[in-house]
Design a protein around this ligand. Structure first.
Ligand code: PRP
Length: 191
C-alpha cells in the first residue's frame, strides 16, 4: 500500500482523539500508582503496539504524587497478526524481556486486546517465572471476539468492533504514529 499524501485521506473516522487517549492514560496511571504505592514496579510493554502506551503511562505514573517507590520499564516483542487484519491465532515471541520478572511486581502493558490469545500466551510465559504480582493493563479493549477468558486488571477505553489504527496500532506497519485511534477508509485495504 502506498500512502502518498498525509494520513488524513486514509482516515474514515476518529474513534478517540489524542486528548481522550491522554485522559485514559492518566486514569490508568492513577489506579496503578495507587495499587503499587510505595512498592517497586516493573512495567513490561508489549511491542510493537504498546510503544506509546508504556512510555506515556510510565511518565504519567511519575507525575502522581504518591505512587510506586520505583518504576522500571522493559519490553518484550510478540506478533500474531503479521501483516493481516485478523490474528493468525499463533503468537510468536520475537524478543524476550531483558529484566527478570521473578519476585517482582509486574504489569504487562498492551495497546489492545482482541481475541485475547496474545495476553494469554504472555501471562502463561511470565507466570512460569514466578513474579510476586502479575497484572495486565490494556488501553483499548475489543471484547467482541474474545476466545479466552483473560483477567484484565486495568482497562482504558472500549474499542468498537472495527479494524483500528493509530497510537501504536498499525496496518501493514503504517499508521502507528497517528496520534489518535482511527478507522481507515475501505480503499486503504484494496490499494
Ligand atoms: C497486536 C496487539 C496485541 C495483540 C492483541 O499485536 O499489539 O499484542 O495484537 O491481539 P489478540 O488479543 O487478538 O491476541 P500484533 O500481533 O499486531 O503485533 P504488533 O503489536 O507488533 O503490531
Amino acid at each position: 500500500m502506498k500512502v502518498t499524501e498525509s494520513y488524513d485521506g486514509a482516515i474514515q473516522r476518529t474513534i478517540y482523539t489524542p486528548q481522550e487517549i491522554a485522559a485514559a492514560i492518566e486514569r490508568l496511571a492513577a489506579r496503578i500508582a495507587s495499587d503499587f504505592r510505595g512498592q517497586p514496579l516493573l512495567l513490561l510493554g508489549v511491542l510493537k503496539g504498546a510503544l506509546y502506551v508504556v512510555s506515556d503511562l510510565a511518565r504519567a505514573i511519575a507525575r502522581t504524587s504518591d505512587g510506586p517507590s520505583e518504576v522500571i520499564v522493559d519490553y518484550l516483542c510478540v506478533s500474531s497478526y503479521g501483516n493481516e487484519t485478523r490474528s493468525s491465532g499463533e503468537v510468536r515471541l520475537l524478543k524476550d524481556a531483558s529484566e527478570s520478572v521473578t519476585g517482582r511486581n509486574v504489569v504487562i502493558v498492551e495497546d489492545i486486546i482482541d481475541n485475547g490469545l496474545t495476553l494469554e500466551y504472555l501471562r502463561a510465559l511470565l507466570d512460569e517465572r514466578k513474579p510476586a504480582v502479575l497484572r495486565s493493563c490494556v488501553l483499548f479493549d475489543k471484547p467482541y471476539r474474545r476466545r479466552v477468558d483473560i483477567p484484565l486488571d486495568y482497562v482504558g477505553l472500549e474499542c468498537p468492533d472495527e479494524f483500528v489504527v493509530g497510537y501504536g496500532l498499525d496496518y501493514q506497519e503504517l499508521f502507528r504514529n497517528l496520534p489518535s485511534l482511527a478507522q481507515l477508509q475501505p480503499w486503504v485495504f484494496h490499494s
